[in-house]
Design a protein around this ligand. Structure first.
Ligand code: GLV
Ligand code: GLV
Length: 328
């Protein structure tokens, strides 16, 4: 592909880091945002602003369907997602229109694994309920039967999705001498070498794990991967962690299972209809709820922004993108 002269580039939110200088150095004209403060564009604003752009740095909250590609126009060369997940982008549409799609892998792996462990520890040790009680003045002093949680040492950690983040999650379990098992279509030798993990079927993983952590991308195959039936075969002491994508879990079924005490607790960073929560979820004590902050560290978010710029610059200069998403 030839380089684009004076390309028009939109980055849809006010991102940290050095990304704008990189785009300007490559001769890009950056489309100004309509608001001074950092707020999400409405769909109407988004569709109007992408018009005529050659490159767009976008958020996981922005849906790229035929409507969005049409709104952008045929000159569009690259959609650079400010996320590792890319379920917000219709890859078939991108391919049909010859648009490159990129994401931000690797740089957010440690931050996201740390967020998953934050949830695991908080859910296992009733830290969410404890924190709410202290703040609300309900902490009346130490009690022998208060806030009893589950132990971690020597327990079994089940990783659903042994990719980069799943691997980082499992590696951290060494500190608690955990057994690691994982589910995947095929053996994942890199995961096994890094974690000592053993591949089992999803069914076995659900039955044997004390802690289950989800690290699969959202696809047609993984939507509602964890539903009422899967929850019903977990141990009553199990803790379920989701830092992947909300729709991987049937959230209404999870509310039911937590309410009935069919599992011990859950920790969620993502939701099925973000930012809405399933009815009853926020009223449950045995769930820790975080606001999709997996990659939210200063360094990670700045580096992600620079990756977005580097991918846009590469493609608009006629070079291959450093972080292409394979198109179907
Ligand atoms: C965040 O959810 C991401 O996919 O980067
Ligand atoms: C994403 O980075 C993954 O864990 O595959």
């Amino acid at each position: 592909m030839e380089a684009v002269k004076n390309p028009r580039v939109l980055v849809t939110r006010r991102l940290p880091g050095d990304w704008a200088a990189r785009l300007r150095a490559a001769g890009a004209e950056i489309v100004p945002l309509p608001h001074d403060e950092d707020i999400a564009l409405t769909r109407e604003e988004f569709l109007a602003l992408v018009a005529g752009c050659h490159g767009v740095g976008c958020m996981l909250t922005e849906v790229w369907n035929a409507e969005a590609f049409d709104a952008a126009g045929p000159q569009l060369r690259i959609v650079a997602n400010y996320a590792v997940g890319f379920n917000n982008i219709d890859l078939g549409e991108a391919k049909r229109r010859g648009v490159v799609v990129t994401n931000t892998p690797d740089v957010l792996t440690d931050a996201t694994a740390d967020a998953a462990w934050t949830l695991l520890l908080a859910a296992a040790r009733c830290a969410g309920r404890g924190e709410r009680d202290v703040r609300a003045g309900r902490f009346q002093g130490w009690g022998p039967n208060d806030y009893l949680g589950v132990d971690l040492v020597g327990k079994t950690l089940g990783i659903v999705g042994p990719g980069r983040i799943g691997t980082a999650m499992a590696r951290r379990s060494r500190g608690w001498d955990m057994q690691v098992i994982y589910s995947h279509r095929v053996d994942k030798p890199e995961f096994e070498a890094a974690t000592g993990g053993r591949r089992v079927t999803l069914e076995t993983l659900l039955r044997q794990s004390d802690f289950i952590s989800l690290h699969v991308p959202l696809t047609a195959q993984t939507r509602h991967l964890i539903g009422a039936r899967e929850l019903s075969v977990m141990k009553p002491t199990a803790v379920l962690i989701n830092t992947a994508r909300g729709p991987v879990v049937d959230e209404a079924a999870l509310v039911e299972a937590l309410r009935a005490g069919r599992i011990f607790a859950a920790g969620l960073d993502v939701y099925e209809n973000e930012p809405k929560l399933a009815d009853g979820l926020a009223q449950l004590e045995n769930v820790v709820l975080l606001p999709h902050l997996g990659s939210a560290t200063f360094r990670t978010r700045a580096t992600m922004a620079e990756m977005v710029a580097d991918n846009i610059v590469a493609v608009l200069s006629g070079r291959p993108a450093p972080n292409p998403v394979p198109l179907p």
